[in-house]
Design a protein around this ligand. Structure first.
Ligand SMILES: N[C@@H](CCC(=O)N[C@@H](CS)C(=O)NCC(=O)O)C(=O)O
Length: 390
């Protein structure tokens, strides 16, 4: 798959791009939407996460390869890097307050919608059946096992790591699904009033939400039916983001934080930040798993994720980088939605991730904290693509 090059990029030494990841991947879809919006020429190449480990240092997708041979990983710093290199598109809003809250929404969509997205994909038979087939075909076509065995292994692996092994039980089931329903309500209410979350063109908050909304919720059979039937406006917005181009999708972004982001921020305060705090406490205590009640739902034995300790550090770092007047304004918005106290609740947070600020050019941690050897056990021994090619 490739897109037309935007004018002025023909001598750009990093182009064309190679984007590595399966078609159905949450974060590959997120990054692909940004690349398309920037109108950078690229090709997407299907690959399993472990096949990238020797190139990027992390067994996860997406991996992005420049034409000059450099590899990047982790969609959040990659988007930040692309935004700095191609500033005209203003993927990250230039208004500091809007930028801070957009990063908060991106992080929430990246990390907190993940469990719900995996739940709808792997806990409903029609989705699990379809997706295990797609993944077996895309990432394991050369594995000499019968198709049904491959699909069984994939389904089991995903449930073990991302649903049943990550707190989805009969007691949390409804809460996990509420995260999806609430997100449809939140996004639906915004896009009823304007085409994108912050105005008439897409920006970071759209791309953050696009990860779960596109490759999972809008495409997996069970969740897609819910979206089509209950939130067609969100379905339409998904298509709008995918189709957006800087040369065509022009218009202004709002300044500050729109009031209709309030319900999302309420959820950041009552669910996501308390989860991040519990995760950070578990990390400090060197616990591999922890229990936490979120909005009354009892999550038990969920995996400690060092990457999400880093997410909390990053949110604090971005707050600290604001000017005093912007900090004052941000604080009052955060307080109004119950986000201020949990943002700072856990003291002494130190993930050890990216201390030299080399991301996205050096990766070491998967999002969910699954170690490389463990991830390898679950995947096929597919050949590594190496640093120089596939
Ligand atoms: N923070 C990373 C997260 C990437 C991520 O978790 N990707 C998933 C697939 S969408 C993955 O590779 N998981 C590893 C696995 O399933 O083994 C990013 O934004 O790129």
């Amino acid at each position: 798959m490739s897109s037309e090059s935007q004018s002025g990029t023909s001598n750009d030494p990093i182009l064309p791009l190679e984007l590595y990841g399966p078609e159905v991947s949450y974060f590959t879809g997120k990054l692909e939407a940004v690349i398309r919006f920037l109108e950078l020429p690229y090709e997407r190449i299907s690959i399993a996460p472990t096949q990238l480990a020797s190139s990027t240092g992390t067994a996860q997708v997406p991996g992005l390869k420049f034409a000059d041979g450099r590899w990047l990983t982790d969609s959040t710093p990659i988007i930040e890097w692309l935004d700095a290199r191609y500033p005209a598109a203003q993927v990250i809003p230039r208004d500091p307050l809007a930028a801070f809250f957009s990063r908060l929404l991106e992080d929430y969509a990246d990390e907190w919608l993940w469990r719900a997205a995996m739940h709808y994909r792997w806990e409903y038979a029609e989705s699990a059946h379809h997706l295990s087939r797609v993944l077996a075909d895309e990432t394991a076509s050369r594995v000499p096992l019968p198709e049904f065995v491959k699909r069984y292994i994939i389904r089991n692996r995903q449930r073990t790591l991302f649903t049943r092994g990550d707190g989805v039980t009969a007691d949390t089931w409804d809460h996990v699904e509420k995260i999806y329903f609430d997100s449809l309500t939140h996004i639906g209410a915004i896009v009823e009033k304007r085409p994108f979350l912050l105005g008439s063109r897409p920006s970071l908050a759209d791309f953050g939400y696009f990860g779960p909304m596109f490759r999972h919720f809008a495409m997996d059979p069970s969740s897609a039916r819910i979206m089509r039937e209950t939130a067609p406006g969100v379905y339409e917005w998904v298509g709008r983001v995918w189709n957006a181009r800087t040369s065509v999708t022009k218009g202004e972004l709002l300044e500050g934080v729109p009031d209709d982001w309030g319900p999302i921020l309420d959820s950041v305060g009552s669910a996501y930040l308390p989860y991040l705090c519990a995760n950070a406490e578990a990390w400090k205590a060197s616990a591999s798993h922890f229990d936490v009640d979120i909005e009354g739902a009892p999550y038990r034995r969920i995996r400690t994720a060092p990457y999400r300790v880093y997410c909390l550090e990053e949110l604090r770092r971005h707050f600290d980088a604001l000017s005093q007047p912007h900090q004052d304004e941000a604080r009052s918005r955060l307080e109004a939605h119950g986000c201020w106290e949990p943002l700072w609740r856990t003291e002494g947070v130190e993930s050890g991730i990216n201390p030299d600020r080399t991301a996205p050019f050096a990766g070491s941690h998967t999002m969910t904290g699954v170690s490389l050897p463990a991830a390898r056990r679950f995947y096929w021994s597919a050949p590594s693509i190496g640093r120089k090619g596939r």
